[in-house]
Ligand binder design. Structure first.
Ligand SMILES: [Cu+2]
Length: 758
């Protein structure tokens, strides 16, 4: 059966038309379908290419095994809706992640090695404060990790080391241990890595908060870059937002400054000079960062808004400051505290140059407040809000200050209640007061709370996975560890015809000559003039999703004009991306053509030159004037659709798009691929002896990459200590490090003298 599928997939790649044949072509708009079993709980994931999603969990007792221990990662085949376990060496528990210019992805940091029950790995560091390795779960300390994956397809050998995770901190690692760091790409493709916990906890502070800069060594207030731009530097904003500053919300702006939001504070930050410009606080005391976890996303960048970024924040929590508690747990029963239903937007760099910048209230989320809601930008420029709960926060705990006994916890370890299974759609083009809709959307019965995720798929559907507000695997509690994925079908799946474009390039540049796309007459129905005038071309990146965020998610509409042809087809004259790499950082993206709100399938391509560094910029070529032709018409079968009609309809298989996608992936693999060696470790104590593994080859020779340069790394000399042991003394030696409450058996020291705030 597996072999048959593989053959089918390879055939599908060659012939394209067979690709989706394994599944029904009909999808009810507004519905959820069973997405299969992800094998590991989908805490983090990203779309590698048109075929594969890469999924990461934390180290826990997943029943799926790899190399004799529970799997922490898997790769999910979209066409067959099946996952295959992947080896991940170090604990990915609450890592961040980002794309690279060449189409690879990195994940950053994580937690120390842990074993069953969330206990410190049974091979601790000499200091004993954290785990270096665990022989049962087979995970190494991931707090310094930079893990790299070069996405592959079935046309590659998925088992080849170059298609697997590269995860070896003797060769490549961050300068600082980071759990819950923020990650955002700069215009040169490098990744800013900001803040985080050193090890673990509910929020990033002791209480009272007398040492906001370091919390006795438990908080990491610095930032650094990958590839490195020098030593890690302190970010004052991290100190000023102490406690509620993990997974800071970060958006690169057109000037190269970065919008950074944490606690209730906001700033524009200059990444290269570390200059901070403070902006107004979030209104109404609403916290949007973890663990309040408000949904947040940048609105689509379009010619109509002059490519001016506006960032939208929805939901989260306005719990009083004391209620957030400390590293151990919240000081109130969060599941009884309603999440915020409010939305606010901010435009940090207005097109008119105004410096009068402040948050603007937007329409409230319908139905209820939401913590851990997540925005998925759809190709039609709307934004789908899904996942999360009506009360409480992210995180999990065996107790709160108000409920000292686990047996009295109302929802097991979950600090959230009231799962919100019905998505809501936000349309930024509609006037205030009418931007939200839930019309025609079914309600999922699967709770998607802490550690859930969602991602746009190439056909315009949305993959949903995860939920695990538990210390380890727990399938019998009220909000269990969840492996079942779903796929949600937005309203445009009511269309009986999906557009098909030919001529899609494999790369998009910043400025330069325009290119032409042709839309076939069978792509639409009715007047060609009308269809052409209502067609947009967008490039879109779904990003790296975890904890209700999609790090790096962006949609940018390319400028275009058109010429209508006599046969009912029409030619789109399309500009490249605007000549500013800060608007849409270099890297992988999908291109969609959207006709009358109905998207084509997405085609993978590379934005920029595929390399780290200043991107080539060219003047924007003028587009020819649009040419109408009366009488030309489409031959598609689209009818006027209502999203809640309930009719099951089919959509056209998009041969050209799939072929183009395969071609683009091939180019990425051939030219830009970082060919990464994977070194398997046999067992815990034997790890260092396996260092003589595959030769290291890397895709670029940037001398600023201090921590990863094959020329100065000998892979044949075993280090004097375990591969995840970064220096004499070990990571556990920091005597002042706050305990990690996510380790079940560690005494809760800080609450013994914590003051009850109420
Ligand atoms: Cu987490």
């Amino acid at each position: 059966m597996v072999l048959q599928h593989r053959q089918l997939s390879l055939l599908a790649l060659g012939l394209a038309a067979a690709a989706p044949a394994a599944f029904a072509q009909t999808h009810k708009p507004g519905s959820f379908e069973d997405g299969g079993n992800t094998l590991v709980s989908g805490m983090m994931l990203f779309l590698g290419n048109a075929e594969k999603l890469y999924i990461l969990d934390k180290s826990e007792a997943n029943p799926t095994q790899i190399d004799g221990h529970p799997a922490m990662g898997s790769v999910y085949d979209i066409a067959s809706r099946t996952a295959t376990p992947m080896l991940v060496q170090s604990n990915t528990f609450c890592a961040s992640g980002m794309h690279l210019p060449n189409g690879s992805y990195i994940t950053l940091g994580g937690n120390g090695a842990i074993g069953p029950g969330g206990n410190i790995g049974n091979v601790p560091y000499p200091g004993g404060g954290s785990g270096e390795y665990d022989t049962v779960f087979g995970d190494y300390d991931g707090t310094l990790a930079i893990r790299v994956l070069n996405p592959c397809t079935d046309a590659d050998n998925m088992d080849d080391p170059s298609c697997q995770w590269f995860d070896n901190s003797t060769v490549l690692h961050m300068q600082k241990q980071r759990w819950y760091s923020a990650a955002e790409a700069l215009g040169d493709g490098s990744v800013a890595i900001i803040g985080g916990f050193v090890n673990g906890g509910y929020i990033n502070r002791n209480y009272p908060n007398v040492d906001p800069a370091s919390e006795g060594g438990a908080a990491e207030s610095t930032y650094e870059f990958y590839p490195s731009k020098g030593d890690a530097q302190v970010m004052q904003f991290m100190i000023d937002t102490s406690g509620l500053n993990a997974y800071a919300l970060t958006y690169l702006m057109p000037s190269g400054q970065m919008l950074v939001q944490a606690n209730v504070s906001t700033m524009l930050w200059e990444p290269l000079t570390n200059v901070e410009h403070r902006l107004p606080d979030m209104p109404d005391g609403i916290v949007r960062v973890y663990p309040a976890s408000g949904a947040n996303a940048m609105l689509p960048l379009t010619p109509a808004n002059n490519y001016t970024p506006t960032v939208l924040f929805c939901g989260g929590s306005d719990m009083p400051d004391e209620a957030w508690g400390n590293y151990s747990w919240p000081f109130i029963n969060t599941w009884d505290y309603p999440a915020s239903s409010k939305c606010h937007s901010i435009t940090p760099e207005p097109a008119d140059g105004s410096t009068d910048i402040d948050y603007v209230a937007d329409d409230d989320i319908p139905l209820s407040g939401r913590s851990m809601g997540q925005f998925i930008i759809l190709p039609d420029g709307t934004m789908l809000l899904l996942n999360g709960g009506a009360n409480g926060t992210a995180g999990y705990s065996t107790q709160t200050l108000q409920t000292p006994s686990y047996s009295d916890m109302a929802y097991g370890m979950s600090l959230c209640s009231g799962p919100q299974g019905q998505p809501a759609l936000y349309d930024p083009r509609k006037p205030l007061g009418s931007r939200w809709s839930t019309t025609g959307f079914d309600t999922s019965s699967i709770a998607r709370l802490y550690h859930s995720s969602a991602m746009l798929l190439p056909d315009g559907s949305v993959f949903i996975a995860g939920s695990n507000p538990n210390v380890d695997v727990n399938t019998s509690t009220v909000f269990p560890t969840t492996y079942q994925a779903e796929i949600f079908y937005p309203s445009y799946f009511a269309a009986t015809t999906r557009p098909v474009a030919t001529g899609i390039p494999s790369t998009i540049s910043y400025g330069g000559p325009s290119f032409d796309l042709t839309i076939s007459a069978s792509s639409y129905s009715g007047s060609a003039n009308d269809a052409a005038a209502n067609t947009t071309v967008v490039i879109q990146r779904g990003g790296f999703t975890t904890h209700g965020m999609n790090m790096g998610q962006r949609l940018l509409q390319l400028n275009n004009t058109f010429t209508v042809n006599r046969d009912g087809s029409y030619t789109l004259h399309v500009s490249q991306a605007p000549p500013n790499a800060n608007l849409f950082q270099p890297g992988p993206a999908m291109l969609f053509v959207v006709v009358d709100g109905i998207p084509s399938n997405g085609t993978f391509l590379t934005v920029g030159n595929g390399q780290f560094g200043t991107q080539p910029i060219a003047a924007v070529a003028d587009l020819p004037a649009s040419v109408l032709l009366d009488g030309a018409a489409g031959t598609g079968s689209n009818t006027v659709n209502t999203p809640n009609s309930g009719a099951s309809t089919s959509h056209t298989v998009l041969i050209a798009a799939i072929v183009a996608a395969v071609a683009a992936v091939g180019i990425i693999g051939a030219i830009f691929g970082i060919i990464l060696a994977k070194r398997r470790r046999a067992a815990a104590q034997a790890a260092s002896s396996s260092a003589a593994g595959y030769p290291l080859v890397h895709g670029q020779d940037d001398p600023s990459m201090m921590s990863w340069n094959a020329s100065n790394v000998s892979v044949n000399t075993p280090p004097p200590f375990s591969p995840y042991h970064d220096g004499p003394g070990g990571r556990g030696a920091q005597s002042e490090v706050e305990f990690d409450p996510y380790y079940q058996n560690v005494p809760r020291m800080s609450t013994s003298n914590a003051q009850r705030p109420f």
